[in-house]
Write a protein that binds this ligand. Structure first.
Ligand code: ZN
Ligand code: FE
Length: 238
């Protein structure tokens, strides 16, 4: 079993606290303060920090967590220069044991060259960092549309029930963008009504699921690299 607690950090980031059989993990602590606060509240001590990529809004809390707790960092092997103190440098296809669960590492270049996702297959949970967002797709700072399109094909092949915990609360903006290119999609229209209510009440819209993204995320629905690239360039200007 994998228990996931969402922790809002910074302006619109999410860090996550994971528990499985007395093992405790933290995903992408962009700020240690709210994460430590939540760990205290839950009476938990982290054993491991999972980092999806090197951006500050995902790793800035690492140092404070390492100082306070005896924990290891698991992060992309490609990023040993940009993420310090990595204990487990992981590559595509590696498997990391965590409690009763196993995280499969998927290399997902595009947003950054080293970006990885952590896929807990048995628990049907994906930590996607800044690759797939609810109704969206990460910005291509260091990679190509082709790389990101290939990542999305991997997400498309996952079971529909897979829960996606992404790095940001961008759902409402992403959905409004999807509406500009997929205006007659009734699933999208219905979902946005729900999202608007959640956001009015400042509630998180995360997790989403692979199945929900297949129905509403224009980047997930793009059939070709050309189509995907077109949407990504429109999104840059949105
Ligand atoms: Zn990022
Ligand atoms: Fe980010």
């Amino acid at each position: 079993m994998l228990n996931v607690t969402l922790v809002p950090v910074l302006d619109d980031n999410y860090a996550y606290i994971l528990e499985s059989n007395n093992q405790v993990g933290v995903v992408d602590a962009g700020d240690a303060v709210p994460v430590i606060h939540k760990l205290d509240e839950l009476n938990l001590t982290p054993d491991v920090i999972f980092n999806t990529h090197h951006h500050g809004d995902h790793i800035a809390g690492n140092d404070a967590l390492l100082e306070k707790y005896d924990c290891d960092i698991i992060a992309p092997a490609y990023e040993t220069e940009r993420i310090l103190n990595i204990h487990h440098a992981v590559k595509d296809g590696d498997i990391f044991n965590f409690g009763d669960e196993k995280a499969t590492i998927i290399h997902t270049a595009g947003h950054t060259t080293g970006h990885v996702c952590f896929w807990f297959k048995k628990a049907k949970v994906l930590f996607s960092g800044d690759t797939i967002f609810a109704m969206g797709c990460g910005r291509l700072f260091e990679g190509t549309p082709k790389e990101m399109f290939n990542n999305f094909q991997k997400f498309n092949a996952m079971p529909d029930e897979t829960k996606i915990y992404c790095g940001h609360e961008y759902t409402q903006t992403n959905g409004n963008f999807c509406l500009t290119v997929d205006a007659n999609n009734q699933d999208l229209i219905d979902r946005m009504k729900e999202v608007d209510i959640f956001r009015q009440e400042s509630q998180p819209t995360i997790p989403t699921t692979i199945g929900q993204e297949k129905k509403t995320n224009i980047f997930m629905r793009a059939k070709t690299i050309e189509e995907f690239t077109h949407y990504r360039s429109l999104r840059d200007k949105f």
